[in-house]
Each structure stands twice: as C-alpha cells, then as structure tokens.
Design a protein around this ligand. Sequence first.
Ligand code: NAD
Ligand code: MG
Length: 386
Amino acid sequence: MKVISILGSTGSIGTQTLEIVRENNHKFKVEALAANSNIDLLEAQVREFRPRITAIGDESKYEELKKRVGGLTYITAGQEGIVEAATTEGSDTVVSAIVGIAGLIPTYNAIKSGKNIALANKETLVTAGRIITEEVKRCKVSMLPVDSEHSAIFQSLCGSKKSEVSKIILTASGGPFRNKTLEELSTVTLEDALKHPNWSMGRKITIDSATLMNKGLEVIEARWLFDIMPEAIEVCVHPQSIIHSAVEYVDGSVIAQLGLPDMKLPIQYALTYPDRLAISGEKLSLTSIGNLTFYKPDTDKFKCLGLAFRALSMGDSACVVLNGANEEAVRLFLDRKIGFLDIGCLIEKTLDKHKVMNNMNINDVVALDRWSRETILNLYQVGCIR
Ligand code: NAD
Ligand code: MG
C-alpha cells in the first residue's frame, strides 16, 4: 500500500489523483490533503478519503472547516499548515499539484523530509530547478513527472543511456489560437482563451497553454528533470496531442509515448512506476485518429515561448522572474485588465529590468519572485504595457 499526501487536492490534477485512489483503494491510502480555499469540496474529500491531516491555505476558512470536519481529521492552515501536510511522517509520496510558485516551499520541504515526489507543479522546477534537483539527490528521494510530456519523455528514456540521447522533442497542442494571425490575437477574449481544444485543466495553465508559456515552462522543467541543455530541446506543435513527447537518440532512432489525452495515465504512472495499472475507458485507436500532424512553433505570434528560452539562456534567476511575471500577467488577463498579447509584452519588459543573480538559495528565489511581481504590477499601473 502506498501512502500519499496530495497538495492541491481540489484542483484538476488533485481530483483526478483522488479518482485513481478511489478506483484502486487497495493500492493507495491518503494521509494528507491540502488545498487553498474550496472548503465544500475539501469537506467532501475528507469525508470520503479520511486523511489524517488536512491543510487549508486560506486561513480565513480554518474555523469553518474545523466546524465541519474537525472531528474527522487534524486541520492546519496557512503556508505552515500546507508544509505540515507535505512533510507529515505517515506518507511516503507527495503529489505536488498546487498551481504556481505557491507549490515551491511545500515541495521543497517534502523533499527535505524524505518524501518521494510525483510532480505536477512545474513552477517548482522553473523557479528553483537547480536547488530542487540537488536536494532530490542529497535526500535520495525520487521525483517523477506528472506533466504528460515529461511522463512521455521519462517513459521514452527507460532503459537507455543518457550519453546516447541527442535530443528531446517536446510536443505542444498549439492551444486554441494556433491558426490565428497576430492581428486576430490582439482581439481574442478571455472566454476564447479558456477553451482548450484537447485538455481540461485549471484556469492558469489553460491560459499558459493559449500563450504557449506552458510549453516554455515545460522546456525549463525538462531541462532540470532530465539534466539536458536547452539547445537539445526542440518544441514541436502537434495539434492532436497523441504523441505526448519523444526522445531522439544518437543513431537517429526516435522513441515516443502515445496515448489519448488523459492526465490519469501520467498521474498514475508517477505513483505506480515501475509497474503499470489497468485504466478503464477508451484506448488509442490509430486508425480512428487517421492523421498526426506537426509544425514548427511561431515565436513571433507566441512571444512567451521565446521568452522562456531567453530566460534559460540568461540564467536561473531570470527563470524566477519569467515565472513570477507570468503568474501576475495571467492574473491581470483573467481579471480582464489586460489583453491577450499584453501578457507577453509585460513579461518581456519585466525580464528587461532584471539583473541576473548567481548562487541563489531558496530564500533568494522567494524574494526575487516578489520583486518580479511588484515590477510587472508597477509597469501595468504606469501604463507601460506595449
Ligand atoms: P487548479 O487550478 O485546477 O488547482 C490548483 C490547486 O492548487 C487547487 O487545489 C488549489 O486549492 C490549490 N492551491 C492554489 N493556491 C494554493 C495555495 N496558496 N496554497 C495551497 N493550495 C493552493 O490547477 P491544476 O490544473 O490542477 O494544475 C496544478 C499544477 O499542475 C500546475 O502547476 C499545472 O501547471 C500542473 N499541471 C496541470 C495539468 C492539468 O491537466 N491540469 C497538466 C500538467 C501539469
Ligand atoms: Mg504538459
């Protein structure tokens, strides 16, 4: 029996993780749940899965949650409470599925306390890839990808030698705006951006998928997860989302992982590796799919992807700035305060203001994240957007 803690249990990844637990209750036990503010769903999850510890990020919801389920579980609140859930002694694996840099400190502490990590929260590696991968090695824990592309790369690397890898091919659906012109992109709405063609996900990652920043963040995630240089990572637009990503070897062989777009597969594999468990439901039929197509990404139209490569070449600290600025820009877009193309423009201006720092520790990352948010909000307030 694997004992797991789920950080971000009320989100898209969190609820799908709990579906896997529900379908395999002889294999998994939930030790801790953590979420930000949706106490109705969290209450239902506590009643069904009976975690020993439950953490609520939003401290103003603590009393109400305690009133509802305080007799069934030990309740903690705030970032300290989330860290307590992430490090609780009873669990062996932490599913890191909080959205944004809010997932960093809990994941960092989970590693330090010896937990294996099933990583959905890509922002952890984007902002602190070097620090996190060093801690993973030092603490002798495993960090397995939940992100579908990285799960595909991980599966395509199984049994091979790192020295024989020549390239990673990271596929991207291209998002809802793949066929739009730059001019059309200047008038797309929030509703258009929230309609992803292939995946149903949280709001922030859905917007990141429309700007292609999600792919940029995934390039940085892959750089750290697989210890591979950015020059050896190629992004390829593949609208059907059937090939989840691939690895090219020195002899020209390309090994890919294919499947229908369903996050349950990579979530489950991160929890059962090296074993595979049956999943009910439809399976991939290549003959009913018919065509698989591939394109080069257009970084003039989708500036955010180019900005991610730029941040990687600038240095680790620039990736922190890229991420913090992106989180704030996406928030402004979700609040209808800026247009779709303004997201990339504001992030670029924030990166322009950044002076690269070396040898960061985790506190430096947190401080720099705050600086990037203040800087982008300031640019927005003074109207310095385009
Ligand atoms: P979501 O918005 O659906 O859920 C986010 C979860 O994080 C919620 O449970 C929320 O309560 C929790 N949360 C947010 N802020 C918090 C805070 N300050 N403290 C504690 N909890 C907090 O997001 P999602 O789509 O499930 O994505 C989660 C992560 O997984 C993201 O990093 C995303 O990039 C990554 N990811 C998601 C998918 C997907 O299909 N949804 C695929 C690949 C990777
Ligand atoms: Mg992905």
